[in-house]
Ligand binder design. Structure first.
Ligand SMILES: NC(=O)c1ccc[n+]([C@@H]2O[C@H](COP(=O)([O-])OP(=O)(O)OC[C@H]3O[C@@H](n4cnc5c(N)ncnc54)[C@H](OP(=O)(O)O)[C@@H]3O)[C@@H](O)[C@H]2O)c1
Length: 252
């Protein structure tokens, strides 16, 4: 069915950008959603807004990289749902610099949030995903996983690692009824990219290279995430859906 009715879903980084649009889309399609982020007032404000619309949602202040927060999430799922149908590993960050200028703390932070946390959360929530018998993990990667797009090396490393994490888990967990896929956005207008995209010298080469001649909207990414979460995509696993307005097939 083209909906997410009766599905229980966790979306990390759900207060802004692509994660926020995914929360809205999942709720619209009938899922029950638990979303996370670190900033408490953002979490509370978004939860309140959605609950006022009588939607089945919970916001949790949770840092995807912290063991105690991963445990809190797992405990909540055990107490409230007893199983999990969908995990969207969306939380991600970037620090843009020349490779030689990164401190150890900076490149480790990018790798911790973008690459290690999705693995740890998938690992931690595996028993609940297995109990579902028909579940789906969606990892949000990036065009930077496949080509140099000027993001800085740690971000590119983290996202390409996430793609192979996706493929390897898809093979290992297929027998447990868990599909694992990735979605790779190109430039999408969100708080993460807003300042960057406001600079004329940055946006011009992006639009020149992109056949659709615009950056993406977060809702367009949420639609793909929603499809990968649905039973309608039941024969897709281990794949990376690239949503880049044609950028990667445009050689000249
Ligand atoms: N926008 C793009 O052009 C683009 C392109 C390619 C890929 N992506 C990927 O798409 C994903 C979403 O990007 P976005 O542009 O929507 O980002 P965004 O607007 O900066 O939103 C990121 C969300 O993640 C949360 N977050 C960050 N670190 C977290 C952590 N450690 N634990 C829990 N939540 C955390 C943020 O809230 P708090 O700060 O309150 O925690 C926020 O809700 C990321 O993985 C990004 O790499 C984006």
């Amino acid at each position: 069915m083209w909906n997410l009715k009766e599905k229980k879903a966790v979306i990390t980084g759900g207060t802004k950008g692509i994660g926020r649009a995914a929360v809205e889309s999942f709720l619209e399609l009938g899922a029950e959603v638990l979303f996370t982020a670190r900033n408490e007032s953002d979490v509370k404000a978004f939860e309140k807004e959605l609950k006022e619309r009588n939607l089945s949602v919970t916001g949790m202040v949770s840092d995807a990289t912290l063991k105690q927060d991963q445990q809190k999430l797992s405990h909540w799922i055990e107490q409230h749902w007893g199983k999990l149908d969908i995990l969207v590993n969306n939380a991600g960050v970037n620090i843009r610099k020349k490779a030689a200028d990164y401190s150890e703390e900076e490149y480790r932070k990018v790798l911790e949030i973008n690459l290690i946390a999705p693995f740890e959360l998938s690992q931690k929530l595996f028993p609940f995903l297995k109990l579902s018998g028909n579940s789906s993990i969606i990892n949000i990667a990036s065009s930077a996983a496949m080509q140099d797009v000027g993001t800085g090396v740690p971000y590119a490393m983290s996202k390409s690692g996430l793609l192979q994490q996706t493929r390897s888990l898809a093979v290992e967990w297929a027998g447990d009824g868990i599909r694992v896929n990735a979605m790779s956005p190109w430039f999408t207008e969100t708080p993460l990219t807003r300042t960057y995209l406001e600079q004329p010298e940055k946006i011009a080469p992006i639009l020149k290279r992109t056949p659709l001649k615009r950056v993406a909207r977060a809702e367009e990414m949420a639609a793909i995430i929603s499809f990968l979460a649905m039973d309608k995509s039941s024969y897709i696993t281990g794949q990376n859906i690239v949503a880049d307005g044609g950028m990667s097939i445009n050689a000249i």
